[in-house]
Design a protein around this ligand. Sequence first.
Ligand SMILES: Cc1cc2nc3c(=O)[nH]c(=O)nc-3n(C[C@H](O)[C@H](O)[C@H](O)COP(=O)(O)O)c2cc1C
Length: 459
Amino acid sequence: MTKKQIHLNGFIQNSPSPHSTGLWKHEKDHGTRHNRLDYWLDTARTLERGKFDAMFIADVLGTYSVYGDSHEAAVEHAVQLPAHDPTLAITAMASVTRHLGFAPTISTTYAQPYALARQLSTLDHLTEGRVAWNVVTSYLESEAVNLGLETRLPKEMRYNRADEFLEVVYKLWEDSWESDAVVYDREHDTFADPKKVHPINHHGESFNVPGPHLVEPSPQRTPVLFQAGASPKGRDFAAKHAEAVFTKNHSLEALSAYVKDIRERTVAQGRQADDIKVFPMILPIIGRTEAEAYEKYQALQNSVSYEGTAALLSGHTGIDFSQYDPDQYIEDLETEAVQGNLDMYTKDPNRRWTLREAIKNHGLGNGTVKFVGTPEQIADRIEEWASVGDADGFNVAQSYSPGTFEEFVDHVVPELQARGIYRTDYEGETLRENMFGKGSRHLADSHPARRSNLTGQPY
Ligand SMILES: Cc1cc2nc3c(=O)[nH]c(=O)nc-3n(C[C@H](O)[C@H](O)[C@H](O)COP(=O)(O)O)c2cc1C
C-alpha cells in the first residue's frame, strides 16, 4: 500500500525577514535582497529542486502601526515592511521553473473581483496553470484607512463581502467563456464565437458585475484556492470555498482539533472531507546533531528584534503592547484582528504566557511550531503531524532566507523521499494536478463553483 503523501509549500513574503522579525541582520540572511529579481529566481529554483507544490507569498497592504499607535517600530525593525507587491515576480519565476506553483495573497476587502479575475487568469495563462490564490480578508486598520475606508470593516462584513466576491469571480472564471468559445477561424474572420461568451449579470450587496470575463479560459480556470480562516465564520468560509487551508499551531493536539473541525465543516458544505488539504505552518531548525540544532535555535533567538516582534504581535492581535509590562500575562479577549494569534497565547491549556515569553516565541516563524533537530528527527515530526494530526502538507517558514529552504531541501527532503512519503518527481502539469492528482486540472465537481452552475450557462 502506498503511504500517505505529504505536500510542501514555501512560505515567504516580499519583505526582508517577514516571518522571523529582525533576522534580516543575520549573517546568513539575504532577505534584504527581496527587491532584486535574482533573489526570487534563486528561491523558486530551490523550491522546485525540493519538489515543493508552491511558493506561498503572504502579503499585507498596510503598516503594523497598532504598537504605540505609530509605524515607527515597524519601520525601524522591518516588520513586514518594506512590503512589496506579491504578484510581480511570478512570471519571471515561472520562466525559470516548470512545475512550481505560486500562491500570492490578495485581499477580497480591497480588490475588485472583475479586475482580480483578469489578473489571476492572466497569470494562470502565463504560468501554464500554476497559480493559486491565498484569499484573505485582511486584519490591519492601516490597510483600511489607506484603501478608501474610514475604518476596518467588522469581521462579519469582511467575510460576507468575501463570499460574494468569490461568487463573482467563479461566474467569470467558470461560466463566462465556454471551453470551445475560441475558434481561431481565419476563413470566417472569427476569433471567438460570441454565442459562447456570456455575460454574468451579477447583482449583489457589494458588487454589480455584468461581465463578460476579459480573459479566455486559462488552464485551471479558477486558480487553486487557499485560505486560512480561524474564527468560526472564517472556518465556515474556508470549508465552503478553500481547496487548501493554512493553519498555525504550536501543538499536535491543537492541530488535530483544528483539522477535525475543518473537515466536519467541509462535509457540512456538501463536499468530501478530503476535498480540503490542511497545511500547518512549521519552522524547521536543522542541525547535524540534536545538540547542534538547539544551539542554533538559541543563536537565532539572539537576532530576533524584541520591539519589532512586539509591533508584529500588536498588529496580529490588535492589542497595543507598548502599554504592557513585559511580565504581564496576555489578556484573553475577542479581537477584530487575528483571533488565532491571540488564542495561541491566551487559550493554551498547558500554561499562561507573559508578553516577554510570547514575543520570544512569536519572533521566529511568527510563533508557529518549531521542528528542531536532525533531518531524521524533523522527518519523524512531519510524519507524526501527518499521520496523528491528519495534516496533508506543511507550509515551511524560514528563519534566514532563502537558507532555511536550502537546508530543508538538501537535508530533510531526501529523508522524506527515502521514507516513501514525498514525491521524487511532479505528477502533473498544473498546480491543481500536483496537489490533487492527475486529471484534476479544474475545480472538483463537488466545489460550490461547479455544483451550482451559478449563471445557468453551460461550461
Ligand atoms: C499561515 C498563515 C498565513 C497567513 N497569511 C496572511 C497574509 O498573507 N495576509 C493576511 O492578510 N492574512 C494572512 N493570514 C491571516 C488569515 O487570512 C486569517 O485572517 C487569520 O487566520 C484569522 O482568521 P479569521 O479572520 O477567520 O479570524 C494568514 C494566516 C495563516 C495561518
